[in-house]
Design a protein around this ligand. Structure first.
Ligand code: AGP
Length: 355
């Protein structure tokens, strides 16, 4: 897991390679095999995947909605076919899978195709069943991922969604200036990820405190909520610590009852328009004497949280990609301190090829 976390600067550069097109401030995605006029006909995007692939899809939905102004929604592929879903001609369906062999995701793709829908894949393993079934899509080029938990492929999937969102956006209303600033930000992403990984020791210190707890909560808003979901999934998978993610906005509608001095909260707080709202969430948690670890961009949160990890800023739409990296390291170090079998967590398989 640690090796694959450390590979991220290199593999993100591979996902980006040959796909940035500064001449038109857009991206080049040869494998999607849909002409501009076909992409223009799309009115909605539905993203399907399981586990981390689904959560990366939630980040993708946010990117597509923000940059292309298309309604976009991610749904667990494992639920999809059981509700006799309505398949629409002007919806683009996107299947996300690292292995390309996850049974539930494959079944969702087949359900879409059986009903005449158009689906493209965001897949890591070249020539895998889902990649072949979709017939078009974006390969991650992240190389083999051996550890059971996804780390580098989660990040590369989010990057692939950024490329697609820019592509869809530039066909619509995303300006050349906005396209340009996003391309510049993508190009420096590998170096920024490298900078975060170089500060692993800071995360390890946070992990020492967390490793002693039995429960932890992750909170965030909007795309930050998806980052919180992935942080909680990673922590529970490798450290067996009970971790749940809540939308920071939903906290006061129930989960706040769980906060106590024994239950730390990891708060994902980008410096965006929701920053003041996130600060007041921290205050609510602190008022119940809950310890708060903030993963954030430098700011006032320093004074409010018990501990923080400062993440370099990107363009706001891309910030979730960087905010996720310290949470991967956190899960790894908590698991290490708890003596867990990190690369092969109990009860889990790398690829779930059965129903
Ligand atoms: C991620 O850490 C998990 N092991 C799991 O949620 C995984 O993402 C899921 O099973 C989907 O796998 P896939 O990407 O190979 O389809």
């Amino acid at each position: 897991m640690r090796k694959e976390i450390a590979e991220q600067p290199e593999v993100v550069a591979r996902t980006l390679s040959g796909r940035l097109e500064p001449r038109f401030q857009t991206t080049h995605l040869g494998g999607i095999e849909l002409a501009a006029h076909e992409l223009l006909d799309i009115r909605r995007v539905k993203i399907l995947g399981c586990g981390s692939a689904y959560i990366a899809g939630a980040i993708g939905a946010h990117l597509i909605e923000q940059l292309a102004r298309l309604p976009a929604h991610a749904e667990p592929a494992s639920e999809f076919r059981y509700r006799n879903p309505v398949i629409e001609r002007d919806t683009l369906y996107i299947a996300v899978s690292q292995s390309g062999e996850t049974f539930d995701t494959l079944a969702a793709v087949q359900e879409v195709k059986r009903k005449g829908g158009r689906v493209l894949g965001i897949v890591n393993v070249v020539g895998s069943t889902i990649a072949r079934e979709c017939g078009r899509g974006i390969y991650l080029h992240a190389g083999p991922e051996i550890a059971v938990v996804s780390t580098k492929t989660f990040t590369c999937t989010a990057v692939a969604f950024a490329l697609l969102a820019i592509h869809l956006g530039r066909i619509r209303d995303l300006s050349t200036a906005a396209g340009g600033r996003l391309l510049t930000a993508l190009a420096i992403l590998p170096g920024q990820i490298d900078g975060i990984i170089a500060r692993e020791a800071e995360v390890a210190r946070l992990a020492e405190r967390l490793a002693l707890c039995e429960h932890a909560y992750f909170v965030g808003r909007s795309a930050g909520y998806a980052v919180a979901m992935e942080g909680a999934l990673k922590l529970k998978e490798v450290s067996y610590l009970h971790a749940e993610a809540y939308s920071a906005a939903e906290l006061k509608h129930g989960p706040l009852a769980l906060i106590s001095p024994e239950t730390p909260t990891i708060a994902v707080i980008p410096r965006d328009a929701l920053y003041p709202k996130n600060l007041s969430t921290i205050e609510e948690i602190r008022a119940r004497r809950g310890p708060v670890f903030a993963v954030t961009h430098a700011g006032e949160v320093l004074a409010t949280a018990d501990a923080m990890f400062d993440v370099p800023r990107s363009e706001p739409e891309l910030d979730p990609i960087l905010l996720n990296i310290p949470l991967q390291l956190l899960a790894y170090h908590v698991a290490l301190k708890r003596g867990c079998d990190i690369d092969k967590p109990r009860n889990l398989a790398k690829s779930v090829t059965v129903e």
